[in-house]
Unconditional design. Structure first.
Length: 296
């Protein structure tokens, strides 16, 4: 019998919760409250990744903008790096080697073709500190939230990527996404067609949009693709006056929230079982039953 889905409404949870699934690969979603001091943020990364390693994790996933949440968004350009080069990436490579785990560096600023704008890039390091993949955020957050009196224009300081990126990891084939990408299900379908069994969605969701949509969207992407979703977020207030939602979580292929941290910096841990994805896709063959857009 397939497991019963929990109610759609988010249930109250303690600061951190876990559901054990046996002897499988452990992964950590790292929640942060990053500011405008890169060195301070990277020191926080070191401590949190060490916690993940001590808990037996083979992978740690950092949130969007983990290294820098500046007062002015265009200040990110001052810290832009090129792929495989720069102090932020060197620090993460060393952190991965020291802790002997993979790191999905949620997003960091990479140089773009246009001066003053950067790519928001998710860089994947293996346990030897080698770069295995670089994904540049495709969808930029240009929205007006009239009811909340908030307006965002990521395109003023960021340059859009245009290529989905899949990477082989110890957990299985991983599809890389960043924050606003979550709202575009065709990207996730593309990854599933390429063999993905899990997605990472590092984010800095606003408090307003997070409360309304975060859990629903993450669980939907997991359910409709019968895949794991690992979603670390930023939390609290940041130098630009933005309040982020937190609620970092890990969702299984049936839509169950396996681990969640509501607020404050810390880690949440769950276990990933590739065989569970395959068995669910066989027992509940929704992906095979599609009749439209079979190419994605």
């Amino acid at each position: 019998m397939l497991p019963r889905s929990p109610p759609a409404r988010n249930r109250p949870v303690a600061s951190t919760k876990r559901v054990s699934m046996g002897a499988m690969s452990r992964v950590a979603a790292i929640q942060m409250s990053s500011g405008d001091d890169v060195a301070e943020n990277l020191a926080a990364v070191d401590a949190l990744v060490a916690d993940a390693a001590a808990d037996g994790c083979v992978m740690a996933v950092l949130p969007e903008n983990f290294a820098l949440m500046p007062k002015k968004s265009r200040d990110k350009a001052q810290h832009a790096e090129t792929p495989g080069n720069g102090p932020i990436q060197a620090h993460l490579a060393d952190c991965a080697r020291r802790n002997r785990l993979w790191i999905v560096a949620g997003s960091l600023p990479l140089a773009s073709p246009e001066e003053g704008r950067v790519y928001g890039a998710s860089v994947v390091f293996d346990a030897r500190g080698e770069v295995r993949a670089v994904y540049r955020k495709i969808h930029l957050f240009d929205v007006d939230l009239a009811a909340a009196g908030e307006s965002y224009r990521e395109s003023n300081s960021m340059y859009p990527g245009d290529e989905p990126v899949l990477v082989e990891t110890p957990l299985g084939k991983l599809g890389l996404c960043i924050c606003y990408d979550l709202r575009f299900p065709e990207l996730f379908r593309h990854y599933v067609a390429g063999g993905a069994i899990l997605f990472t969605v590092p984010a800095a969701f606003t408090a307003v949009t997070g409360e309304a949509h975060w859990h629903t969207l993450l669980r939907a992407r997991a359910i409709e693709n019968l895949s794991y979703v690992i979603a670390p977020g930023q939390t609290g207030m940041h130098p630009d006056g933005r309040s982020t939602y937190g609620h970092s979580l890990i969702v299984d292929p049936w839509g169950r929230v396996l681990a969640e941290r509501e607020e404050g910096a810390g880690i949440v841990v769950a276990e990933i079982d590739a065989s569970r994805v395959q068995s669910l896709r066989k027992e509940f063959p929704a992906l095979d039953n599609r009749r439209l857009n079979q190419t994605v």
